[in-house]
Design a protein around this ligand. Sequence first.
Ligand code: SF4
Ligand code: SF4
Length: 83
Amino acid sequence: MEQTELSMEEKKQMVLSMCICKTCPSWKECGEPGGFCFPLIGKSRCIDEEKGCICGGCPVYSEMGLSHIYYCLLGSEKEQSGV
Ligand code: SF4
Ligand code: SF4
């Protein structure tokens, strides 16, 4: 079967491999993988304070044309865009 687009799972793995959340001042280590901008991942269950967001400097941000921040607290790009 020909596949022209990456599957959601492949995209998720790509996002996780590029995510820089773990170096963010707001990051709290509790075993989460990051990638909160991605709809299949969504909000963090342990990050609870805005101490700065470095998403704008992440390769995923430009790659996926993102426009929001604080995905860990406010939800994925889709969720924050209301779609
Ligand atoms: S844009 Fe933010 S949440 Fe998304 S992968 Fe990059 S650092 Fe992680
Ligand atoms: S989504 Fe933004 S604020 Fe949250 S951990 Fe990732 S870089 Fe930091």
